[in-house]
Design a protein around this ligand. Structure first.
Ligand SMILES: *Cc1c(COP(=O)(O)O)cnc(C)c1O
Length: 637
């Protein structure tokens, strides 16, 4: 989308002050720290029960935001503009309706008490070109934001969720769906409705102008009418899952594709291959999106010359994402080497069938024999590791065994110093039949900090000289590598390989669990150990089975972190326990026991980077602190 502030002002009946800035995206959540503002971002100051977006305007300005939608006038600086409206949410909704009206593809509205996100995600997999509302953006705000993201896709899948009367009317006026898919109609949020009929009637408002309504007779027998299609009639293959909801969802999806004239999925294979987004056996899982990881790799490669290879860092179990599956994917994507920290990590990869060359960075002497047996290649960083490894290679009768020489150019962790090079080359020449230097490398200390670029350039110069001296002394060609993820931005540091770690993993992981209990508590009650979570109002509190033993840092308790439930922030209440934690879901519609709580994910404001910010650490630590008892599951198509 692309709108001028003056367009937005006239669509929403607001007043423009300042510059008529062009807007290409919307931010409503000021906690979207890391994501920050791209050039065309419009910051909408929303008022919530607990916070007021207007309090963050100064901060958003300092982060480069130039366009604002607010409920009162604000001080403007050079180049900034603001549209002032009475009610920011209503303005966004008007704007979303306008944008929807310009959209020419088919809009599919998905509603129901449960299963909306599952059905939407599965449909999205069958229709990779379709637009889908992010995660479970199904509220008054979420739907408006979703619609504003519509471009020129042929199909848009939009979730709609309600918790009280009146809400669907507003959602329908924005979404105007051509087709409506009704998942199940259960008792969730019954409290706010006089009867089941009233709630069903409210949900069906979404379909008042739709050409087709697809529902499932077993979970919504009460639906009938013109244009209504019962998915019960869709025949699944023999042997398809016995799980009731799997069957309902598959029939809804099959019938939907059939009605739309799209290729009907081969349920015998397609759906079985898709990991179900509902994980029944493990409540808490780290979902790792291998496709996103492959995408990170592809993006990195697009910046490199074709001759520059990749040494992928999979140490610490692939930065917490789990080792073998990640390594095998990287192997299939054609990286040149893998690197781990310790020999046992390399042995595990070999046991998992990985055949790529593997570099062991922190090899300790006790493991040299094991390494030779498993064809693991050591980082040699001092004379002691050189002699120790030479002895192991000799004992095994190895010949010209590949090693990787580490130079210290300023990191001062491991590596030979400049003054060692002469002695080193002499000794390596003597050992020439036994060991062969496959690569020489060094590590950057501050590549992620532009204020220290002078130092980084000094490291590059020093590496250039030291590695050249080593190569000349050896008398044979040696490959070179220096850049970690952050260092790739220096073209002169790319050499023969780059060594990305974190850059491969960013945006690939979602830690989620399920709510095991929900209770309504009163103002003045206190939650958890030490009774620290005092409630300042009547509250709905949910317990999740994840605690600090799983890697959920205790400092995230007492409201310092929010999880996402139905796409909405649910702050922690009280202290984090060893195996569980409590979250406040008072303001979130349609939550039931068994629903998902997302602890971190690639969603704005909910990322490992945001969590690291709260903890005063780095995303690396957040990812690698996750306990091994959290099951890792992998997504790929
Ligand atoms: C961990 C590591 C990397 C990768 O660093 P990122 O910052 O994660 O990209 C590269 N080289 C060495 C020697 C490392 O130890």
């Amino acid at each position: 989308m692309e709108y001028k502030l003056s367009d937005i002002a006239s669509i929403c009946g607001g007043a423009l002050h300042g510059e008529d800035v062009t807007v290409t995206s919307v931010i409503t959540d000021s906690r979207a720290r890391a994501a920050c503002t791209d050039d065309g971002a419009l910051f909408v100051a929303m008022r919530g029960a607990h916070h007021d977006g207007h309090d963050f305007i100064v901060e958003m300005k300092s982060r480069g935001a130039r366009a604002f939608l607010t409920e009162h006038e604000i001080a403007l600086s050079e180049g900034c503009g603001v549209v002032v409206v009475d009610n920011a949410l209503e303005a966004l909704q008007l704007w979303a309706s306008h944008h929807r009206a310009t959209y020419t593809g088919a809009v599919v509205g998905i509603t129901g008490s449960g299963g909306k996100t599952v059905v939407k995600e599965r449909l999205a997999r069958l229709m990779p070109e379709a637009f889908r509302s992010p995660r479970s953006y199904n509220s008054q705000l979420g739907v408006a934001l979703s619609l504003l993201m519509l471009k020129d896709e042929k199909v848009a899948l939009i979730e709609a969720g309600i918790s009280k009367p009146g809400e669907m009317d507003r959602l329908e006026r924005m979404i105007r769906p051509d087709v409506v898919l009704v998942t199940s109609l259960g008792a969730a949020h019954q409290d706010n409705f006089a009867s089941m009929e009233e709630k069903t009637g409210e949900k069906l408002l979404l379909s008042r102008d739709a050409k087709r309504v697809i529902f499932h007779g077993a979970s919504a027998p009460q639906l009938r009418g013109h244009g209504f299609v019962d998915a019960t009639d869709y025949v699944l293959p023999d042997g398809f899952s016995t799980d009731f909801f799997d069957r309902v969802n598959a029939q809804l999806i099959g019938m939907f594709m059939h009605e739309m004239g799209l290729p009907v999925p081969d349920f015998a294979t397609d759906l079985e291959r898709m990991p179900s987004p509902v994980h029944r056996s493990h409540t808490t899982v780290l979902e790792v999106d291998l496709e996103a990881m492959a995408g990170n790799l592809a993006r990195l490669r697009s910046q490199l010359l074709p001759r520059t290879g990749v040494i992928a860092m999979v140490k610490a179990s692939g930065y917490g994402t789990g080792d073998v599956s990640v390594a095998r994917m990287l192997e299939a994507e054609g990286v040149d080497y893998l690197a781990v920290a310790f020999a046992d990590e390399g042995v595990r990869l070999r046991a998992g069938g990985v055949t790529l060359p593997i570099v062991v960075l922190n090899a300790d002497e006790d493991s040299f024999d094991v390494m030779v047996r498993h064809a693991l290649e050591p980082e040699i960083y001092n004379f002691r590791s050189l002699e120790g490894f030479a002895a192991s290679a000799e004992a095994a009768g190895a010949c010209r065994y590949p090693i990787h020489v580490k130079l210290d150019t300023g990191m001062h962790r491991l590596g030979f110093l400049g003054s060692d090079i002469d002695t080193l080359t002499r000794r390596l020449r003597e050992l020439g039949d036994r060991l062969r230097v496959a690569t020489v490398f060094s590590h950057m200390a501050a590549a992620d900090d532009p204020t220290q670029d002078d130092f980084t350039r000094m490291q590059i110069d020093l590496f250039e000289r030291m590695s050249g001296q080593l190569e000349a002394g050896l008398g044979y060609g040696v490959k070179r590598h220096l850049a970690n993820s952050a260092g790739v931005r220096f073209p002169e540091a790319r050499y023969d390989f780059v060594r990305p770690g974190i850059g491969l993993y960013v945006g690939t992981s979602t830690l989620k669990t399920k709510i095991v209990q929900i209770k309504r508590l009163q103002k003045g009650d206190a939650v958890g150990y030490g009774r620290e979570g005092r409630l300042s109002r009547d509250s709905v509190v949910a317990t999740i089975p994840v605690g600090y033993a799983d890697g959920l840092d205790r400092r995230l308790g007492c409201g310092n972190w929010s999880m996402l439930v139905c796409g909405h922030p649910a702050p922690t209440v009280g202290r984090i326990c060893m195996d569980s934690a409590m979250i406040d879901i008072t303001d979130i519609a349609e939550v039931s026991e068994g629903d998902e709580a997302v602890i971190f994910s690639p969603a704005r404001g909910n990322t490992p980077e945001d969590m690291a910010c709260v903890l005063g650490t780095i995303n690396y630590e957040v990812l690698t602190s996750l306990s091994q008892r959290v099951k890792r599951v992998y997504w790929k198509r």
